[in-house]
Design a protein around this ligand. Structure first.
Ligand code: ATP
Ligand code: MG
Length: 288
């Protein structure tokens, strides 16, 4: 369900560090199109040796992304296998991960920008819901920024949802605990019972990150404390903007059945008016 890419057609250039189970490189891919060689910038994820036994799940992530197409979903070109290495080849997205971007901007991102991003993510969520597909790893880290957007000249940001990577269903409990508060609580209790509602929970967490400047929620808590957070049915600190806090709270309902549909999420996002936010704290409006 995905293309196999010949290793000879790939070039690994600079290292961009590590993912959860991967080493990440910028690189390029050569294609012959109409008799001519063409190079495309790509992002390469090389699966770590210690997670080699999870290759099926890694391939599944690539396959999922290759089967569906949406403007806000990252393009995955395929997989390359070289000796014992498994490499996912995907579109290179210029401005990188959203959490890092927001942190770098240190609060200088307008609320309207954040709302745009949230609506784009809700749009993919709706697409996945219609196709009855669970992504399973939605977070600000897995939203990539293809266009920065500049409200002063009337352009919007543009995001793409990245691949889910190895599923927590196969990585074991340590990784799942580490993914609190993004992973839905029911996934920890019974990983086999999770459904599309788990993406709604992660959407709520991601919304929280977007409106908190890319800050990691529950940072500094150890796995046991994170588990307690779920066991006590706690909630992340509410944003001051009550309408937004309400939406996050509804997505992060401990009972999956109470979470809104993606249509409901879109409706509620559309009813959030930036001016309400500005009324809360006029001094904040430019910086929040
Ligand atoms: P996980 O499966 O947990 O999502 P991963 O292997 O996808 O792990 P990430 O931690 O999501 O790795 O990504 C690591 C970093 O690589 C990101 O912070 C981002 O800066 C960069 N990155 C990932 N994908 C791309 C891409 N397609 N284009 C540009 N940069 C990317
Ligand atoms: Mg990722």
């Amino acid at each position: 369900q995905f293309q196999m890419i010949r290793h000879e057609d790939l070039r690994l250039e600079e290292s961009l560090g590590r993912g959860s189970f991967t080493r990440i490189f910028k690189g390029s891919k050569t294609d012959i199109r109409e008799g001519e060689r063409q190079n495309t910038d790509v992002l390469l994820k090389v699966l770590d040796g210690s997670y080699k036994n999870c290759w099926e799940s890694f391939f599944e992530a690539a396959s999922l992304m290759s089967q569906i197409s949406h403007k806000h979903l990252l393009l995955v070109y395929g997989i390359s296998v070289h000796r014992s290495e498994n490499i996912m080849v995907q579109e290179f997205v210029k401005y990188g991960a959203l959490d890092l971007f927001l942190r770098k901007k240190q609060g200088s991102v307008p609320v309207s920008w954040k709302l745009d991003v949230a609506k784009q993510l809700a749009c993919v969520l709706n697409f996945l819901e219609e196709k009855k597909i669970v992504h399973g790893n939605i977070s600000a880290k897995n939203l990539l920024l293809a266009r920065e957007g500049d409200s002063s000249i009337g352009t919007s940001p543009f995001i793409k949802l990245s691949d889910p990577g190895i599923s927590v269903a196969v990585t074991g409990r340590d990784v799942a605990l580490d993914r609190i508060p993004w992973v839905a609580p029911e996934v920890l209790e019974a990983p086999e019972t999770w459904g599309m509602e788990c993406d709604k929970w992660s959407f709520g967490t991601t919304l929280w990150e977007i409106f908190n400047g890319g800050k990691a929620p529950l940072q500094g808590l150890d796995p046991q404390q994170k588990l307690m957070f779920y066991e006590n049915h706690e909630q992340l600190p509410s944003p001051k903007w009550t309408e937004l806090a309400d939406l996050i709270g509804r997505c992060m309902e401990y009972d999956p059945a109470l979470r809104p549909s993606s249509r409901g999420i879109i409706r509620q996002l559309n009813s959030l008016i930036t001016s309400d936010y500005e009324l809360l704290d006029p001094g904040l409006s430019a910086h929040a």
